[in-house]
Design a protein around this ligand. Structure first.
Ligand code: GDG
Length: 735
């Protein structure tokens, strides 16, 4: 990679504050997890970027920025504020982002606000981001977009910058398909398309990846194979990159004098008291209410712990203009009052509640000074607090009680994992944590620390970036070669100059479009005319090569002066000759077994059906429910592999919405090659749309123009976008 490459980070908020004192501007960078991740990544020698530019909403005005830029000159170069008018900003942020997407993606669909004007504002803001980035974009820049406030942005960028390298990372959960599909059609499709504008889409956990892939498959029809999603013209990777923290920063904080001092002050206030600690933004997803109720339940059930434990509850102000957040705060404060009122005594306050943000040292003092970290979100993309607590316990003391609904639970299995809605389990979890022997505490912490140390936030960023450049390389290697006017002209020229021309034409999906039932795809006049004209030139040898059964194709095309190859080569009729069948035998008992497996699938998958051929049996699911059909096809392939043993010369073909079992050694490749070898034309063209045509492309590639109909990756040399290009192409050649 060249040194001039720039990394453009895009997030809703810019991590910079601007202050002014006596006409002097000061720029400070905030210290969020993402900022430290990227700073550390850029400082790391393996980063290939010369500069990092940050795009985001600003807290300051355009005017202030203009003045500050004059004064601070090059310091402001890498900061790209996107200025959004206030009303739009509110509808984008408090509206669609935090009143629609946030609750919906966190499984609170009853809180989801369905407001089209909020969506429009969201769209507009994404557009404004796109415009600003496109204005400044330089070739080779790598763009990394973050989070749910900018889901539409990657596609908006892709439209204008088709070759750009774009990564997207979602910091919150991606919900299951059943939840996601509740969003209005326009929103849900645009969201998916928006995300698919990137080359790499990253999530915290494997479940989120699978949920995303399923939504893409069900709503847009794009299949995923081994994490690659294939759209009409691009392959996009979706994968998991569990975000982490700056491990050493938190681990070292244990010995920091300022942190020790605050810790001492706190324990002086509450001598001989065990402490439970939690810190979260005020958010209904964080499960603070249930946490308090469980603590209340614990105190009720365990009077021996009275006056021996305090719950240090820190709630950080957040989004308080949104209705649910304000209500949540009021309810929490009532709960705190109720618990303190019911159990508190002179000298013992069961809950010490603070509604404020802590500075870094205070935060670390709380992490390192507590006995139990109680982290109980009802849904959380990852949850960094749990990782920070673990990392900061250099003394290997303390117990983490963690909700299984936090993304981090997938990595922190040594914690006491609880279901946050189960108050009994939560209360028992608190008790177990308070009673856990030191030996066990340290054993658990050690294992978890090792994990966070080795996959820290720097690794996370590196991992994402490496994968992003891998995807680009993969796309380049698979790039489809569109047969545009120049290629078509060249083919025609070669055709005109040739003395013996050979054509290998697939039928379904190439000459005629697919129909709901195979028997409905009989050739129309235009196709018959074209074939007739093509075959009437004495220099031309035309072969229609298909997976269809002999009788159908004979009925439809048998009268033409062409070769017919059916069932992928099992039966052949050369021009003017009789049918010849393969000598291989498809034994009736094999057929019966296969038929039986397929029949079971027909019962289990409405609108699917079986097609019997002489040398093959096929199960079609083109008309079935997309997702169920696909699922059943995987199950069928699995069961077919179990019944087909080594003595049966049969192969399972995973075709285009069809699973077919046929004889081995019978394929379009061998059949086409045999015909070619007999005639050895000096112009050869093979065209087809199906996976089975890949055998033909492979077999003829060195001697033929091979054309894949459709934009999927293929062995063929060229692609036609779709079937509508096929007939005009041949008509033009014949002319
Ligand atoms: C989103 C996703 C995902 C909190 N209070 C104070 C304070 N913090 C810091 C913590 C931690 C961060 O804020 C909170 O991160 P979380 O991960 O817990 O939660 P969200 O803010 O909801 O973040 C989440 C995350 O994105 C990253 O992808 O894990 O699931 O919802 O770093 O330390 N820091 C200070 N004082 C506080 O009072 N200094």
């Amino acid at each position: 990679m060249s040194q001039a490459k720039r990394l453009l980070i895009v997030s809703n908020r810019l991590p910079y504050q601007l202050s002014e004192e006596d006409d002097e501007f000061k720029l400070t960078m905030s210290s969020g997890g993402l900022v430290s991740a990227l700073k550390s990544y850029m400082e790391n020698s393996s980063a290939d970027f010369s500069d990092m530019h940050w795009y985001g909403n600003a807290d300051f005005s355009e005017k202030e920025w203009a003045k500050a830029s004059e004064q601070l000159a090059e310091k402001t170069d890498a900061i790209k504020p996107v200025f959004i008018p206030k009303n739009l900003k509110e509808k984008h942020y408090s509206g669609f982002s935090n009143s629609t997407l946030w609750p919906h993606f966190h499984y609170f669909p009853t809180f989801t606000k369905y407001d089209q004007s909020d969506y429009k504002a969201y769209y507009k803001v994404n557009e404004m981001f796109a415009k600003k980035i496109i204005e400044n974009y330089q070739k080779d820049d790598v763009i990394w977009v973050h989070d749910y406030q900018l889901l539409l942005l990657p596609e908006m960028l892709r439209r204008k910058l088709p070759d750009a390298t774009i990564g997207f990372f979602l910091h919150i959960p991606f919900p299951s398909f059943e939840i996601f599909r509740m969003l209005p059609r326009e929103w849900r499709e645009n969201i998916l398309r928006g995300m698919l504008g990137s080359d790499l889409v990253g999530f915290h956990t494997n479940d989120y990846v699978l949920h995303f892939q399923k939504s893409v498959r069900m709503l847009l029809g794009y299949e995923s194979k081994r994490r690659l999603i294939q759209t009409e013209n691009r392959a996009i990777r979706s994968d998991l990159f569990p975000i982490s923290i700056d491990y050493h920063l938190f681990n070292k904080s244990f010995d920091k004098p300022e942190v020790k001092k605050i810790k001492r002050q706190m324990s002086n206030l509450m001598p001989n008291m065990k402490t439970i600690f939690s810190v979260d933004r005020l958010d209904y997803t964080k499960g603070i209410g249930n946490r308090l109720r469980a603590y209340e339940h614990f105190l009720k059930e365990n009077p021996e712990w009275h006056e021996k434990v305090t719950f240090n509850l820190v709630v950080v102000p957040s989004r308080d203009v949104i209705k649910q957040y304000g209500e949540n705060k009021r309810k929490l404060e009532e709960l705190v009052g109720r618990i303190n009122g019911a159990f508190g005594k002179m000298g013992w306050q069961p809950v010490v509640y603070q509604y404020r943000s802590l500075n870094f040292d205070e935060l670390c003092a709380c992490y390192t000074g507590c006995d139990v970290a109680l982290i109980t979100p009802v849904r959380d993309g990852m949850n960094l607090v749990s990782k920070e607590f673990v990392a900061s316990r250099k003394d290997l003391k303390g117990v983490l009680v963690l909700s299984e609904m936090a993304g981090s639970a997938a990595e922190l299995g040594e914690a006491i994992l609880i279901n946050p809605t189960d108050l009994d389990e939560l209360a028992t979890g608190i008790k177990r944590a308070l009673n856990m022997p030191l030996m066990m505490q340290s054993r658990h912490l050690e294992i978890m620390q090792e994990r966070i140390r080795t996959y820290d936030v720097n690794m996370w960023a590196q991992d994402f970036m490496t994968e992003l450049s891998n995807v680009k390389a993969l796309q380049a290697s698979k790039k489809i070669r569109q047969a545009g006017p120049v290629v078509k002209r060249d083919i025609k020229k070669q055709y005109d100059n040739a003395d013996k021309r050979m054509f290998f034409l697939d039928y379904d999906g190439t000459l005629m479009p697919f129909q709901s039932q195979p028997h409905l795809a009989q050739p129309n006049e235009r196709v018959l005319n074209m074939l007739e004209k093509l075959a009437s030139d004495p220099k031309n040898i035309v072969t229609v090569i298909s997976g269809r059964d002999r009788d159908t194709l004979n009925d439809w095309l048998g009268h033409l002066p062409i070769n017919l190859v059916t069932e992928h080569g099992a039966a052949k009729k050369m021009k003017g000759e009789d049918w010849k069948l393969t000598e291989k035998v498809f034994r009736p008992e094999w057929r019966q077994e296969i038929y039986h497996q397929m029949k079971l699938n027909v019962h289990r998958c409405a609108k699917s059906f079986i097609e019997e051929k002489n040398f093959a049996v096929a199960w079609h699911y083109r008309n079935a429910d997309k997702d169920l059909g696909f699922l059943r096809s995987r199950e069928l392939i699995d069961s077919l592999y179990r019944v087909i043993n080594n003595n049966m010369p049969l192969q399972v073909i995973d075709g285009n919405k069809v699973v077919e079992v046929r004889m081995t050694g019978v394929d379009k490749g061998s059949a086409a090659r045999e015909i070619y070898d007999q005639e050895k034309g000096d112009f050869v063209l093979a065209i087809g749309d199906d996976r089975t045509d890949e055998d033909m492309f492979r077999a003829l590639n060195e001697v033929a123009y091979t054309i894949k109909v459709g934009t999927e990756n293929s062995e063929a040399k060229y692609n036609f976008t779709n079937i509508s290009e096929v007939l005009p192409f041949f008509e033009d050649i014949i002319d």
